[in-house]
Design a protein around this ligand. Structure first.
Ligand code: GSH
Length: 220
């Protein structure tokens, strides 16, 4: 078995895949690919993923991009994957629902309203941009209800997919931006998935440095 992962530590979906792999006892060969350095736009990388994005998994020649599809694939393929992706149809449908909510709604709001202003315009997100994310996080809380985790009372790949963006909110905005309920949920996820805790801490420090470098240039 040969597993490799095109990865960058500041990429939330990359961290979702790597922490899931480590949780399942899989250690891929990492192919460090920095979008900030233009590594996703090279001719060689575009042959691997025409969508010019990481993460990309190479499993013995089977190439797969889109982090949530990779998470599902890993859990389907490896026997212990069911610990993070329940086999029961209803429970699995709830996990899928949260993965789609993240992929179509929450994650695009965070990248569009928080990362884009900082990376592209080198300005802090506006009040209106922050409100876009606040509204999606409130929706997440409503969906969770009284559950321990986003799709029920067991930690799943949906928690991992969503929890990888928390360091962005903490570093690029601040911890008070996240509600107490979501902070408690995040701590529960980190206790269950230690591999994620380590990767997210490394990313938090990287985001703080990035924010400092980008925003100090425009004294924001
Ligand atoms: N929906 C994709 C998003 C991947 C994505 O946006 N990756 C970013 C890094 S976080 C990237 O590689 N961007 C470089 C580019 O678009 O050229 C996934 O979940 O895998």
């Amino acid at each position: 078995m040969s597993l490799s992962l095109y990865y960058y530590y500041l990429s939330p979906p990359s961290r979702a895949v790597l922490s899931t792999m480590r949780h399942l006892g899989l250690e891929p060969k990492l192919k460090i690919t920095s979008p900030l350095a233009g590594d996703t736009k090279t001719a060689d990388f575009l042959k691997i993923n025409p969508c010019h994005a990481i993460p990309v998994l190479n499993d013995d020649g089977f190439i797969l991009n889109e982090s949530r599809a990779i998470l599902m694939y890993l859990c389907n393929k490896f026997p212990n994957g069911k610990v993070l992706y329940p086999e029961d149809a209803v429970k699995r449908a709830n996990v899928d629902k949260l993965l789609f909510f993240d992929g179509t709604t929450l994650y695009p709001a965070i990248t569009g309203s928080i990362m884009r202003p900082i990376l592209r315009a080198k300005t802090k997100p506006s009040t209106e941009e922050l409100a876009v994310v606040t509204e999606k996080m409130a929706t997440l809380e409503t969906i969770m209800g009284d559950s321990e985790f986003v799709a029920g009372n067991e930690v799943t790949i949906a928690d991992i997919s969503i929890a990888v963006t928390i360091p962005i909110l903490k570093a690029m905005v601040n911890e008070n931006f996240i509600t107490a309920k979501l902070l408690r949920w995040y701590e529960r996820v980190l206790v269950k998935i230690p591999a994620l805790k380590q990767l997210n801490e490394e990313a938090f420090n990287g985001y703080i440095g990035l924010k400092h470098n980008l925003l100090s240039a425009t004294s924001n």
